[in-house]
Design a protein around this ligand. Structure first.
Ligand SMILES: *[C@@H]1O[C@H](CO)[C@@H](O)[C@H](O)[C@H]1NC(C)=O
Ligand SMILES: *[C@@H]1O[C@H](CO)[C@@H](O)[C@H](O)[C@H]1NC(C)=O
Ligand SMILES: *[C@@H]1O[C@H](CO)[C@@H](O)[C@H](O)[C@H]1NC(C)=O
Ligand SMILES: *[C@@H]1O[C@H](CO)[C@@H](O)[C@H](O)[C@H]1NC(C)=O
Ligand SMILES: *[C@@H]1O[C@H](CO)[C@@H](O)[C@H](O)[C@H]1NC(C)=O
Ligand SMILES: *[C@@H]1O[C@H](CO)[C@@H](O)[C@H](O)[C@H]1NC(C)=O
Length: 192
């Protein structure tokens, strides 16, 4: 009896240390979203994409930064995507509405859900189309790159969504300046 218990305990310990989370756990949306913690800029570290066509489009980008800012009302924020392409920078401004652990865009039918992450200065965001099909999942951080363990955790989430293995951004590429207003009010497009 004692021996069985000992083995079970050992299994439990080794599970919590090394086994990746089951998909239903690693794809859990965040319980609550702290808007203040969201505010500011986050750098794209890695992405999970559905297919080769999306990957091809994604690879044309050298860098991506997102920026959340409060917009008066508690449930509304402004959301800016800043992409670096081959020596040029593109700025895409959107208004978003937050609800629970998700937000939606004012003008496009995409819902973004914040997923669980153990990384203390990261956000993991899953983009779904209007049929709630996951289109892509992104790992953003305050850092340019993350620890191996954090990347593995994201890799497991990407695998759970049946996407291509994560595509890592090159952390040595220069980021676009954040405070340029050129390109403001550009129409929101599907090429998020
Ligand atoms: C995940 O699935 C396992 C086994 O089916 C279950 O015990 C666990 O409660 C589930 N977790 C969540 C968060 O749904
Ligand atoms: C990058 O920009 C340069 C100059 O603006 C241009 O000649 C070149 O074709 C571009 N490369 C790609 C891959 O778009
Ligand atoms: C966002 O909302 C503000 C104020 O409601 C508005 O002035 C601005 O044009 C909106 N921006 C976009 C990109 O829709
Ligand atoms: C979003 O979806 C709704 C309902 O399915 C539809 O009426 C609307 O035209 C769609 N909007 C866009 C911008 O595609
Ligand atoms: C959502 O994405 C799935 C998978 O790519 C696709 O089959 C479905 O048609 C899309 N739905 C809409 C409304 O675009
Ligand atoms: C951008 O502007 C914000 C305030 O609008 C300021 O806090 C921040 O330091 C600026 N960043 C850069 C890189 O200039």
């Amino acid at each position: 009896m004692f021996a069985v218990c000992g083995i079970a305990l050992l299994c439990l310990v080794s599970l919590t240390h090394s086994a990746p989370l089951a998909c239903n756990e690693s794809l859990q949306p965040l319980d609550q979203l702290d808007h203040h913690q969201l505010e500011g800029s986050w750098v794209l570290v890695a992405a999970g994409l559905r297919d080769a066509a999306h990957l091809g489009h994604f690879k044309t980008r050298d860098s991506a930064v997102i920026k959340f800012a409060s917009a008066g009302e508690a449930s509304k924020m402004s959301f800016t995507r800043i992409f670096g392409f081959n020596d040029s920078c593109h700025y895409l401004h959107s208004n978003i509405s937050l609800e629970g652990s998700s937000f939606s865009f004012e003008k496009i039918n995409i819902t973004v859900t914040f997923l669980y992450t153990s990384c203390p200065d990261c956000v993991v965001m899953r983009f779904d189309n209007e049929s709630k099909e996951p289109l892509r999942v992104y790992l953003f951080s305050k850092r340019r790159d993350v620890e191996q363990k954090e990347m593995e955790e994201f890799g497991a989430q990407v695998a759970c969504l049946n996407m291509l293995p994560p595509e890592r951004m090159d952390p040595t590429k220069e980021l676009c300046p954040e405070n340029v207003t050129r390109g403001e009010e550009k129409a929101e497009g599907q090429k998020a």
